[in-house]
Design a protein around this ligand. Sequence first.
Ligand SMILES: NC(=O)c1ccc[n+]([C@@H]2O[C@H](COP(=O)([O-])OP(=O)(O)OC[C@H]3O[C@@H](n4cnc5c(N)ncnc54)[C@H](O)[C@@H]3O)[C@@H](O)[C@H]2O)c1
Length: 476
Amino acid sequence: MAAPAQQFKVADINLAAFGRREIDLAEQEMPGLMATRAKYAQDQPLKGARIAGCLHMTIQTAVLIETLAALGAEITWSSCNIFSTQDHAAAAIAAAGIPVFAWKGETEEEYNWCLEQQLNAFPSGKKLNLILDDGGDLTALVHTKYPEQLEGCYGVSEETTTGVHHLYKMLKNAGKANGLLVPAINVNDAVTKSKFDNLYGCRESLLDGIKRATDVMIAGKISVVAGFGDVGKGCAEALRSFGSRVLVTEIDPINALQAAMAGYEVVTMEEAAPRAQIFVTTTGCRDIIVGKHFEVMREDAVVCNIGHFDIEIDVAWLKANAKEVVSIKPQVDRFTMSNGRHIILLAEGRLVNLGCATGHSSFVMSCSFTNQVLAQIMLYTAGNKEFSKKYIEFARAAEADEVTEGPVLKKKEADVKTSVDRLPVGVYVIPKILDEQVALLHCEHVNVHLTKMTDVQAEYMGLPIEGPFKSEMYRY
Ligand SMILES: NC(=O)c1ccc[n+]([C@@H]2O[C@H](COP(=O)([O-])OP(=O)(O)OC[C@H]3O[C@@H](n4cnc5c(N)ncnc54)[C@H](O)[C@@H]3O)[C@@H](O)[C@H]2O)c1
């Protein structure tokens, strides 16, 4: 076993053995990540990489971290949410020699402290040259406060919808104040990420969070899901499958129509507030549930958020206007309103599946994190002809990149100094060939028997037998 990290801060290092047992279990359910580890390990494609990662410090993330390490990277880690760390996972990672700064129940100040610490904690004493982010807090910190760290940086890979929104905003400002200074990979919009983690992940972990927090019966109740994107679709399906009558709110007529066609009643939050008993926000937007909604809610309405940031529910209003609040247990607060009714708020309005449960299952996180590993390799080996000659999928990924249109956004190199040979500043999606590879690595585990085209069929369709099988425009 490796020596413990020189620098780290976790809740209790004695939890390391428990964490290790659960990591061993998770590895069995993360076939894509383990296959990626085995496939590239001998070439050490991340040797010399120094990755600062900021992503929920869970057991599944521990398997991601150890995969990056197995491919040669030096790593420091923090969690991207104050409630999402699993303390035994953080302890196991610290015990394995990786500087990690994360514990469940950080204050805002401690959260920021953790991000700052990791920047100066690489065992080599050097600064980062890659960022792996979830939500964009670390990317923003380095861009605004430590831009000199980006000089030799190969880029950022971003995990979630909200973080990706920020990257596209920063790309618009490239070359100006608050502009993007390094290339970035939008991992979220890999099909094997957003159409799996956001959808099927939340379909299981939303109710895990609500149940662990409240034990409330879902069947028969009226619930409302705000937002019918990938996360909202998964949440609505989960609630309905438990027997809840589900209302949906949407701003986008396409998503609203999808919800209606799936059989949900589409209403405004004003209409839903006095009717629903369970409220779930999934929009990535702000001010979805505010004072006027709380005032008309039914007795003991359960209110929670599964979107990335805690701005969907106006918790400040609730705190300021409630007569009393009783903490039932950590992350479960029961507010008494001036009208005498109660509201049960979960995880203080932060991600309920990570605050009140343990996030998504390992298998679906394996899909997301395999994309993360490939994204880090893509950024770090950009222009490495030897590597792409040996691993043809990366050569084809680079080719695809040049011809791809659609969701890929590229900009000319911004006026920044860089000492590394890297992709031009831009926001890139994972090329289809790698996206399909991620799916393929997970098929066997769920008993998929894939059909292979004949040569005649392939010629008729105009497709290579090994893929890619779809155009970038295909929506799945
Ligand atoms: N908790 C988790 O495990 C987890 C996993 C993946 C993503 N996320 C986060 O969840 C959020 C949603 O992600 P997504 O992939 O579903 O995004 P998405 O863009 O696919 O869906 C969001 C939907 O909300 C709708 N919307 C926006 N503003 C609204 C408003 N004011 N009222 C009603 N609807 C509104 C949008 O039209 C869109 O359809 C993001 O913040 C993302 O980062 C969380």
